[in-house]
Unconditional design. Structure first.
Length: 518
């Protein structure tokens, strides 16, 4: 009984398997031409990943990925890079003491609302810097010592990590809400002042021929040997003269009128500077960082970090190229509370408590406009409030655009050839006037050795004339004797003509000297 059921069950199983298998086509390559053979190329669809998108670097070559300079199509060195999250620089650093969480709070929020990415580098307490780590002759107070070391640490990192450029902030820095528009003009300005065309290829959008761009200074001095100026006109971010706190300022009389209306004072210039002070913000190139590390750490040195870099601007042996704007682009912010909260370098003995923070050396402070940014306001207020200056939109605040000029003797020139022609003429005239003041006429100038030579020639002439006269007398006497003796001899007029000929020949010498071109 049981074997019979087993046979029947086995038969039923075979039937089911046969019926199920007959519903499908055979999957043998020789029988089904739709199945690719081993040597056939697979269809394109087999390369598509249904889960992940295609690799964007599939067609890239190794040189494009691992080269130090990205491919040209990435926009390297383009002016538009000034609008990115690092404002066109390789890195953005902020120096802040580790225990100043309040300053880091404010800076972090300010940068986030401006879409700026940054890295924090710890400030240094001067007491923690050992004497062995100081350069020869370095004697500064602990605050200046720590500040010096903190900035040097950033530059050391740039040199060590091969960072091509960096924007360095101190943690109390504040900037205009339109900082990215300002940086676009700053890049154009740096190229012009250093003589690099805007369309020239470069690693940095700011060009490649600068060491430091001093965006946040408290003093700036122009280089008298450099006449190129980049002029940003109708710039709403420019403070009027009565609100500028820089203690050394360029002469702005060529662009500004004497007026009480702040709208007549909306010009910012960029120039090659010979000295700067304060380091609220500055950009530094890799080559600039190398020069600072050498000057302020490896050789005898005794200055605060900012004054040392400022002095380098006027020292030509390292060719330290400094660019500065005036009025400054980046200012500083002071928090509410005791007055000594604003500085980690020096405290104030007579502390005063302020109930509201403020910003200086800038017009439309990002920090003071944080509430408006957080609530989505489209207009921003100036540091003067709404009563004196009407709120403006971001587009209007950043509307200032610049152009290149050459300034000579207080006159602005927009054409380089015209500027050079006027300058060369003025220099020649000034040289001629200087010579006249010394009692020397340009056309009659003589070498100091000429009078001695002329005097010597006159003495020779006198002696020659005397000898000739004696010879003439002797000749006449001899001629008379000969004439008396034999009735023949040299005639007197011929001897006189020979003597005159000698005088004329000798007399030409000083005249020729005077007629020589000088």
């Amino acid at each position: 009984m049981f074997p019979r059921f087993e046979v029947a069950g086995f038969a039923i199983t075979l039937v089911i398997v046969f019926l199920f298998g007959s519903r499908f086509k055979p999957a043998f390559p020789d029988l089904d031409p739709s199945v690719p053979k081993y040597e056939d190329e697979p269809p394109e669809a087999s390369f598509v990943d249904d889960v992940e998108p295609p690799n964007p670097f599939e067609d890239a070559e190794a040189g494009d990925v691992f080269s130090q300079q990205p491919p040209e199509e990435t926009g390297i060195g383009k002016l538009a890079d000034t609008m990115n999250s690092t404002l066109g620089f390789g890195k953005v650093f902020v120096i802040s003491m580790p225990d100043r969480a309040d300053k880091r709070d404010a800076f972090s929020l300010q940068a986030r609302l401006s879409n700026i990415t940054f890295q924090v580098r710890d400030g240094v307490a001067g007491a923690d810097v050992p004497a062995k780590a100081l350069p020869l002759h370095f004697v500064q107070d602990p605050g200046a010592t720590g500040c010096w070391r903190a900035h040097l640490n950033v530059m050391q990192e740039m040199v060590r990590e091969n960072i091509q450029s960096a924007l360095v902030f101190e943690d109390d820095a504040d900037w205009d809400v339109a900082i990215k528009y300002q940086m676009m003009q700053a890049a154009r300005a740096t190229r012009f002042v250093t003589g690099q065309p805007e369309d020239a290829k470069s690693i940095s959008p700011y060009g490649d021929d600068w060491d430091i761009i001093w965006f946040g200074h408290c003093a700036a001095n122009t280089d008298p040997e450099h006449d190129r100026q980049f002029v940003v006109t109708d710039d709403p971010t420019v403070l009027p003269p009565w609100s500028r706190s820089e203690f050394i300022k360029p002469d702005m009389s060529a662009w500004e009128e004497d007026s009480d209306d702040y709208l007549n004072f909306q010009t910012r210039i960029y120039f090659k500077s010979s000295w700067n002070s304060c380091t609220a913000a500055y950009a530094i190139s890799l080559r600039g960082a190398e020069k600072v590390v050498f000057t302020e750490s490896m050789v005898p040195y005794n200055d605060p970090v900012d004054n040392g870099m400022g002095a380098m601007c006027n020292q030509h042996f390292l060719d330290f190229t400094c660019i500065a704007p005036f009025p400054t682009v980046v200012g500083i912010s002071k928090p509410a509370g005791p007055s000594n909260r604003g500085s980690d370098i020096r405290g104030l003995e007579n502390e005063q408590v302020v109930e509201q923070g403020w910003s200086e050396r800038l017009m439309y402070s990002t920090r003071q406009n944080i509430p408006r940014i957080l609530t989505g306001e489209e207009d921003f207020v100036s540091v003067f409030g709404t009563d004196d200056v009407a709120p403006m939109s971001l587009k209007d605040i950043g509307s200032g655009t610049g152009h290149g000029e050459w300034v000579w003797a207080g006159t602005r020139y927009f054409n380089e050839d015209e500027y050079k022609a006027v300058r060369d003429t003025d220099l020649k005239q000034a040289e001629a006037e200087a010579d006249q003041e010394e009692g020397i006429e340009v056309g009659d100038w003589q070498s100091p050795i000429e009078p001695e030579r002329e005097q010597g020639e006159h003495e020779v002439e006198d002696r020659t004339v005397g000898i000739t006269g004696k010879q003439d007398g002797a000749s006449k006497e001899g001629a008379a004797e000969v004439k008396l003796a034999d009735g023949a001899g040299a005639s007197g007029p011929e001897s006189e003509r020979e003597s005159d000929s000698e005088r004329e020949m000798l007399g030409h010498t000083p005249e020729l000297l005077e007629a020589q071109p000088q």
